[in-house]
Ligand binder design. Structure first.
Ligand code: NDP
Length: 299
């Protein structure tokens, strides 16, 4: 296959960068669809060929192998299951002169190792963490965190911005994955709280939809405490601006646990966090809020 970079789009006067997409699973298909809709010539490859059919029907060229797909375009986007799949898919591909954008979820360490691996094989490398689910792709609100080669990012920023907004977080290729996993970890903490809250009220004379209508704005308001936490951690002074002291909060945790007991609800989602709060208080940090727990976790 020949390099078809910068071929003309029939949909608009301007040229559209052509690109290759490796992986047409749920996310890859959503990404590919957005690029095709915007007039970008797209070559796709998927390990199971039948799964590339939807994008082929919308105009994508289907390559017979990953190596062939990589040969088709300078810009190559991988959206595969995990880091091991990326190594496996690209083991026979010639990456010389390619710009590899890896939108496969992985750890910061995996991203750094994959960057070194790609650079050694003659490619520029950008890692990405997708902060969206497939139906959000192409709609406002979706964005991708990027880190790695800043030149690659600037050069391809426009085409990368087609399926989702772009947020470049630094030259260290591990930073996008680190941000991605940190944001996801924050989300699971919130899911744990939502789960416990519903367990408390379920089975009582409570309209669950009305309850959700109270819970969502409450969580939104409380999540704003992250700004104060960031300020305190950056300044190193963990007591300035505290409005809910740890001493007060720990005193109140008994009420949370007794209520769980009264409702017959396991407190297993709450107790690890409450236990950290108690230990921090016992260490003499009652004037702080929960920000000091960050220092405990980092050991
Ligand atoms: P899918 O399970 O739908 O697709 C996985 C893709 O990886 C398929 O193309 C699959 O090929 C391919 N694959 C798996 N193993 C290998 C391998 N050993 N060699 C080559 N190809 C392989 O997952 P998604 O598309 O949903 O996810 C893709 C990436 O996007 C993941 O890293 C995920 O974490 C990330 N992501 C997904 C989100 C989501 O909500 N879906 C949200 C944010 C990020 P085959 O068809 O042959 O199995």
């Amino acid at each position: 296959m020949t390099d078809t970079s910068l071929s003309s789009s029939p949909l608009s006067a301007g040229p559209r960068t052509s690109l290759t997409l490796l992986g047409t699973g749920a996310m890859g298909t959503a990404l590919g669809r957005a690029w095709l809709a915007a007039g970008h010539p797209l070559t796709v490859w998927n390990r199971t060929p039948g799964r590339a059919g939807a994008l082929a029907a919308e105009g994508a060229a289907v390559a017979g192998s990953a190596a062939e797909a990589v040969a088709a375009n300078r810009l190559v986007v991988a959206c595969l299951l995990d880091d091991a799949s990326v190594g496996e898919a690209l083991k026979d591909a010639d990456l010389t002169g390619r710009d590899l954008v890896n939108l496969t979820t992985g750890t910061p360490g995996e991203a750094r190792a994959r960057a070194a691996w790609a650079t050694k094989r003659g490619a520029r490398f950008l890692d990405g963490g997708i902060m969206a689910v497939p139906p959000m792709i192409g709609a406002p609100g979706a964005y991708v965190l990027y880190s790695g080669d800043g030149g690659l990012f600037e050069e391809h920023r426009e085409v990368l911005a087609v399926p989702a907004g772009t947020e470049y977080v630094g030259a260290d290729p591990g930073l996008a994955a680190l941000h991605d996993v940190a944001l996801l970890s924050g989300m699971y903490g919130m899911f744990a709280g939502i789960t416990h809250a519903f367990a408390l009220v379920r089975g009582e004379d409570v309209d669950l939809k009305a309850f959700a209508a109270l819970l969502v704005p409450w969580l939104n308001a409380m999540s704003g405490m992250a700004h104060g936490a960031a300020e305190r951690l950056e300044s190193g002074d963990l007591t300035t601006g505290v409005v809910s002291s740890l001493a007060m909060q720990v005193a109140g945790t008994g009420t949370l646990l007794r209520t769980a007991g009264e409702q017959g609800v396991s407190a297993e989602l709450l107790t690890p966090f409450l236990e950290l709060m108690r230990r921090r208080l016992a260490d003499g940090h009652g004037e702080e809020d929960t920000t000091g727990l960050v220092e405990m976790l980092r050991g």
